[in-house]
Design a protein around this ligand. Structure first.
Ligand code: NAD
Length: 499
């Protein structure tokens, strides 16, 4: 154990050990072994990171847009050239297969490319001569030091949803990634330094609740961008708002796919398998419930089951379709839903326990699992399971399916599968969910639209990236100006009028 490496923080342009002696193990989920330990910051360590970001802020804010953009451009080029290294880090610590890791990085690079448009996106407005000799204009200015807290399931993409936009807009950042797969953040911070980012503009502190609470309570942190589970998202939103910060807090999900009888069932079965079991179901946009409008359930389940039998589960480095789950405890919790399903009267069509894997037996494995006849009262339906578990609920009509979706707690993503354009259009209008797919199972918006759910899937009114990201990481200032005018009206204590 003594030669297990320890991952440090990244503060003020280099590695920092901090003062805390607490650490947490980082596993390779495909082997079940500890690969490294990560430091868990104390409040004092967070203070050091925020101080570095505060010190870097005035200079970065006043750095010309052209120079800021050239750093982002270099970063984009470096990231593209070296994404293989980052994908290997993701597979080693998260477990997702290499092709999926590269997909995550590609979606992150999209946001960097969006942020390259910052000079245009953050332009203000100008109104000339609103009153005689008076002009009014708006500026979009950075906030200062911003905090980002990210989850384990997208260790590269979720930080990339936020920090390129924040930094391109002139803010400085303290990023607190998940302690379960923390190395990607250090790698990206080092790459930003290589791209020319000045020290202190992007800092990474590793930690758990203590470091999160330190960020939420720090008077010099202007905003918090959080992505994670719903209970923590709610806590972040309430605490940071109470402390006067701007907050966006994206939470958990339970995403439904509504399949109408006229849908192409081969396309639908492919989509259900891809969206249900990709990344071992550890995606906030994973499909976890298929609402099959009868009479197609039997045929659809047969097609899904057939496809599931061809999935290769194993070490993500070996060209498999699906990797392990993030921890042993999480694997056991997810597997526990198989007994709950049977107890609650569902049919266990495919049981993923004991799956044959291309990997070490000690990995955190669970094979693709399928339930039929799931009741909406069961914990299998109510809970966000966050694993390779797909539930089928048979419904009699579009209306019954829509009702189930709209009465759920979450509202992150959803999809309808149909060949009826009118039904698709009606669904997009009626469904109470923030991101909707029509014959698209994982409708994650491209970087120039914004990402975010409704209901308990998001707290606060700001979505991630896209136009919402620009609005979140800048604040508007309205300037009313008049240059010396010999015809000014002298003393007048009345409220200013325009004429
Ligand atoms: P999590 O809520 O356990 O952790 C998220 C972050 O919060 C981590 O950085 C963690 O260190 C920190 N944290 C954990 N417990 C805390 C506490 N008690 N106090 C303060 N901070 C705490 O989430 P996770 O397990 O890492 O990620 C999976 C969850 O994230 C799922 O629920 C998934 O749906 C959700 N998610 C949502 C989106 C979205 O866009 N809506 C995207 C990705 C993941």
């Amino acid at each position: 154990m003594t030669d297990t490496p320890t991952l440090n923080h990244w503060i003020n342009g280099g590695e920092a050990t901090g003062s805390s002696t607490r650490t947490s193990p980082v596993f390779n989920p495909a082997t079940g072994r500890v690969a490294k330990n990560v430091r868990l910051a104390s409040t004092a360590d967070v203070d050091v990171a925020v101080a570095a970001a505060s010190a870097a802020y005035p200079l970065w804010r006043d750095t010309s847009q052209a120079k800021r953009q050239s750093v982002m451009y270099n970063f984009r080029e470096l990231l593209n050239a070296r994404k293989g290294e980052l994908a290997d880090i993701l597979t080693a610590e998260h477990g997702k297969v290499t092709s999926d890791a590269l997909g995550e990085i590609a979606r992150g690079i999209e946001v960097v490319e969006f942020a390259l448009g910052m000079p245009h996106l953050s332009k203000g407005d100008f109104s000339e001569n609103v009153s005689t000799g008076v002009d009014v204009y708006t500026l979009r200015q950075p906030l200062g030091v911003v905090g980002i807290i990210s989850p384990f399931n997208f260790p590269a993409m979720v930080p990339l949803w936020f920090f390129p936009i924040a930094i391109a807009a002139g803010n400085t950042v303290v990023l607190k990634p998940s302690e379960k797969d923390p190395s990607a953040s250090n790698w990206m911070a080092a790459l930003m330094a290589e791209a020319g980012l000045p020290a202190g503009v992007l800092n990474v502190v590793h930690g758990d609740k203590e470091s999160v609470d330190a960020l939420l309570g720090h008077p010099d942190v202007q905003s918090i961008s959080f992505v994670g589970s719903t209970p923590i998202a709610r806590y972040i939103y309430e605490t940071a708002s109470r402390n006067g910060k701007r907050v966006q807090a994206l939470g958990g999900a339970k995403n439904h796919m509504l399949v109408l009888p006229d849908a192409d069932l081969d396309l639908t079965a492919d989509a259900a398998v891809n969206a249900g079991f990709g990344s071992a179901g550890e995606r906030c946009m994973a499909i976890s419930v298929v609402l099959a409008v009868e009479p197609i359930a039997d045929e659809l389940i047969a097609k899904i089951t057939e496809r599931m039998s061809g999935l290769k589960v194993g070490d993500g480095m070996r060209g498999c379709d699906m990797g392990p789950l993030i921890t042993e405890a999480h694997r056991d919790k997810v597997a526990g839903y198989i007994d709950i399903a049977a107890k609650d009267g569902a049919t266990v069509v495919v049981d993923g326990r004991g799956v044959e894997v291309d990997g070490e037996a000690s990995g955190f494995w669970l094979g693709p699992t399928l339930f039929d006849n799931v009741s909406t009262d069961s914990a299998v339906y109510q809970d966000e399971i966050f694993g390779p578990v797909l539930s089928v609920i048979r419904v009699a009509s579009y209306e019954e399916g829509l009702h189930i979706i709209n009465t759920g707690r979450y509202g992150n993503g959803t999809a309808i599968f149909t060949n009826d354009g009118g039904a698709g259009r009606r669904f997009q209008n009626e469904v109470q969910v923030g991101m909707v797919g029509i014959n698209v199972p994982i409708p994650v918006p491209v970087a120039y639209h914004s990402f975010g759910g409704w209901k308990e899937s998001a707290f606060g009114d700001a979505k991630a990236y896209g136009p919402s990201g620009i609005a979140f990481f800048t604040r508007e200032k309205a300037v009313t100006s008049r240059w010396l005018d010999p015809s000014h009206g002298g003393i007048n204590l009345g409220f200013p009028l325009n004429h």
